[in-house]
Write a protein of this length. Structure first.
Length: 361
């Protein structure tokens, strides 16, 4: 009887051990699945941020916030080479440390990491020590992980995680962190074109207006608050004739006068830019085409009343007034403002030079 009970107990124990092993496998598999779901969720967040209409700096700041929150990191800093120098694009570290963080790629301890494109983990072993790249900030970070960032095999920046604890990253899952690093690189690549566009925005010297790139960057934040907006492009149809028969200075003065008239009538939610040469664009954010017709008629009448006179020694004074040709269309949120403006431009350029009216396309 005792032997039988012992055998039964052994069988029960074996069954429990097998069950426990199977349970552990299922828990591990569940954790792996949960981890993958979490990583996919983070990746989705990254991609959503990349598609937003924020500036590049705002996007990288949001990515950095996600990294800090999701992976419980004390300090996180993203540094990017902007073509001239390494600059901090996102960080939750006090700005007094920016100069140090923007130059740690020059530290000897990180050179092998950059050359081999591999992460570098460093930590102190004694509370009285400090990390090699630190100057005077002994108490802030006691361990760090450095990740060089590469675009098409070119070193373009780095991401550094820091902690106020020694050996903080001893047991970190580097596979997950590598995924995060890859996503940072992907987002940097995705927004590189946007960064280029943002950096090409200029202010016109004659009118004080933004160049057309403003429409596709900061301006988009305004008009994309609405489902539709009326977009008007107008052209000084006789500017070439004025330049040739009177003078280029008179032509420039007319451009300035015209822009000043429009600027005084613009609401804060409307966008007015000098598109190119004698062409200008007004975006009436959230307004339909029909609602701006009377406004444009009055605007056109006032602009064409402008007269610029040029005095010439020994000659009769010459004067010129502009003829304005308008074209209007509708912009739909999320579509290509660039393509719409190009279509309006082609219409105005193909119109007869004597045409000066308000057209809808």
């Amino acid at each position: 009887m005792a032997i039988f009970l012992a055998i039964v107990l052994v069988i029960i124990i074996i069954i429990l051990v097998c069950y426990n092993i199977d349970l552990q496998k299922k828990i591990k598999m569940f954790n792996n699945i949960n981890e993958k779901i979490n990583n996919l969720s983070i990746l989705q967040n990254f991609m959503e941020i990349a598609g937003e209409e924020d500036s590049v700096e705002d996007k990288l700041a949001k990515i950095n916030e996600i990294v800090i929150e999701k992976y419980d990191i004390k300090y996180s800093t993203i540094v990017v080479f902007d073509g001239a120098e390494f600059v901090i694009k996102a960080s939750n570290v006090d700005k007094i440390h920016y100069d140090t963080l923007a130059n740690i790629h020059q530290e000897e301890i990180f050179q092998d990491s950059i050359q081999t494109a591999t992460p570098k983990y460093i930590t102190i072993e004694d509370e009285n020590e400090k990390l090699p790249y630190q100057k005077v900030e002994m108490g802030r970070a006691k361990s760090a992980m450095f990740f060089p960032l590469f675009t098409d095999n070119i070193f373009t920046g780095y991401w550094i995680m820091e902690s106020g604890k020694m050996h903080a990253f001893d047991n970190i899952d580097t596979t997950i962190i590598e995924v995060v690093k890859t996503n940072i690189v992907n987002v940097l690549s995705t927004v590189s074109y946007q960064s280029t566009i943002e950096n090409t925005v200029r202010v016109d010297q004659f009118t004080g207006l933004y160049s057309p790139e403003h429409l596709y960057t900061a301006g988009r934040k305004i008009y994309d608050k609405y489902d539709t907006s009326a977009v008007c492009m107008f052209k000084i149809a006789n500017i070439e004739e004025i330049n040739e028969k009177v003078s280029r200075q008179v032509g420039n003065d007319i451009i300035t006068e015209i822009s000043n008239i429009v600027k005084t009538k613009m609401s804060n939610q409307y966008i007015f830019v000098r598109y190119m040469g004698p062409r200008f664009v007004i975006v009436f954010s959230g307004v339909d085409e029909g609602s701006v017709e009377e406004f444009l008629k009055d605007l056109k009448r006032e602009m064409e009343e402008v007269e610029v006179v040029e005095e010439r020694d020994g000659q009769t004074a010459l004067s010129a007034s502009p003829l304005i040709n308008f074209v209007i269309s509708t912009y739909y949120k999320g579509t290509g403002m660039e393509q719409l403006c190009k279509r309006l431009e082609e219409y105005l350029d193909s119109a007869d030079k004597s045409e000066n009216q308000i057209n809808y396309i």
